[in-house]
Design a protein around this ligand. Structure first.
Ligand SMILES: [Zn+2]
Length: 390
């Protein structure tokens, strides 16, 4: 079960009340600091990742050349040595326990400005990771206001606990199916058949590469888009890949293209494509609207932002893998965005248009087992290259 933000707030609110009523008793922290690490992101951004056992409730404050992350109701981890990457703005990280609050103090080589909301991610557990608060920042003017003078006390050692390793979970969605053939090539090739074949090959290869995979459909059946998204949720997937093939009024148009979810389309073509793919739902109405509603409610804006960010990270890697494999790319940006219903969930993912069935040469390729293997190999590389361990 995933805790909603509201539930978490209620729990921490309640705990605060109990602590306040019993001021002389040692507090039992609800949360535990697991790891702290730094890294370098594109654009020379410093990334600070704070991993905790439970979803943290946190605040940020800034002092000259210091970034202070205050975690509520969290025990320090004195045994912890932060993993410090070279070349970041962070020169040292210390922990300071103050009552039931834990401060993570990052000493900085240069001052920074207040970190914009867009550069803060809250990630749910996946693989070997617990909850992660991810902060990206660059050197700035130091205009962030100095704040919070808090008395600190000695830290207490938390219980050591090891978490079992689990495989990363990938849900593979072969688009269309059953009464919905998707687009159809001039030679009669149906999108639903091509993408199912690629999906099955991909499952085999990803399983062999050590991933745990599930298909949304393993035969020629029709599924609503929200049902597909719900499978990703139910399987607690780390990544959701929806496979499609494209059609274009211009028979000359060819190449792959990759999309992530955004309520606003990145361009008119992406908007039209999302309309076309979303139209799959109009084929039947059989009471799955509820799924869609539930999923929409489950997405807090912070989650939506984190999911979008991770999806774009995956999609960029996927585009690179396709290009490295010398697979023809549709002209335009590497990654586009549009409101694809199938991607509406808490699982990061992408919709991959493998090529154009409307193009005679590409229709032939998409049917061929050798080309399908090439596509699968590129997707496997993209999944292996995806940073599940932010
Ligand atoms: Zn499609």
């Amino acid at each position: 079960m995933k805790l909603t933000r509201r539930t978490v707030l209620k729990i921490s609110g309640l705990t605060t009340v109990i602590v306040a009523l019993l001021p002389r008793m040692a507090f039992a922290a609800r949360n535990t600091l697991r790891t702290v690490r730094t890294g370098i992101q594109p654009g020379n951004k410093t990334r600070l990742v704070i991993e905790t056992a439970e979803r943290p409730s946190y605040s940020l404050s800034y002092e000259p050349n210091k970034l202070i992350v205050t975690l509520s109701n969290t025990a320090a981890n004195t045994a912890l040595a932060p993993a410090m990457a070279a070349g970041t703005l962070v020169t040292a990280i210390t922990q300071a326990q103050s009552g039931d609050k834990l401060q993570i103090i990052a000493d900085l080589a240069k001052p920074i400005d207040e970190i914009p909301r867009d550069n803060i991610l809250m990630l749910n557990p996946n693989g070997d990771n617990d909850y992660r608060l991810v902060l990206d920042f660059t050197a700035g003017s130091g205009a962030a206001t100095a704040a919070t003078a808090t008395t600190t006390t000695t830290t207490t050692a938390p219980k050591k606990s090891t978490k079992p390793t689990r495989k990363y979970i990938v849900v593979i969605d072969a688009g269309h199916g059953g009464k919905d053939p998707g687009c159809i090539g001039k030679g009669g090739t149906q999108e639903k058949t091509v993408v199912l074949s690629v999906a099955k090959k991909l499952k085999n290869k990803l399983d062999a590469a050590g991933f745990q995979t599930y298909l949304t459909r393993s035969n020629d059946t029709y599924l609503k888009l929200a049902q597909r998204a719900a499978i990703g949720e139910k399987k607690h997937a780390d990544l959701f890949l929806s496979l499609h093939a494209n059609a274009n009024p211009s028979r000359a148009m060819q190449g792959f293209s990759i999309y992530t979810l955004s309520e606003k389309a990145s361009d008119e073509e992406a908007a039209k494509l999302a309309d076309a793919e979303n139209a799959a739902d109009k084929i039947d109405v059989s009471g799955f609207e509820q799924f869609d509603k539930d999923i929409r409610i489950a997405l807090s804006s912070l989650q939506q932002h984190a999911v979008a960010e991770m999806s774009v990270e995956y999609a960029n890697g996927c585009a690179s893998a396709f290009k490295r494999a010398k697979i023809t790319q549709q002209p335009g940006p590497d990654v586009r965005h549009a409101p694809f219903a199938v991607l509406r969930s808490t699982v990061p993912g992408a919709l991959i248009e493998l090529g154009h069935l409307s193009n005679a040469a590409e229709e032939k390729l998409l049917k061929s087992s050798a080309h399908q293997d090439k596509l699968v190999a590129a997707i496997v590389k993209s999944v292996q290259g995806y940073n599940f361990d932010v």
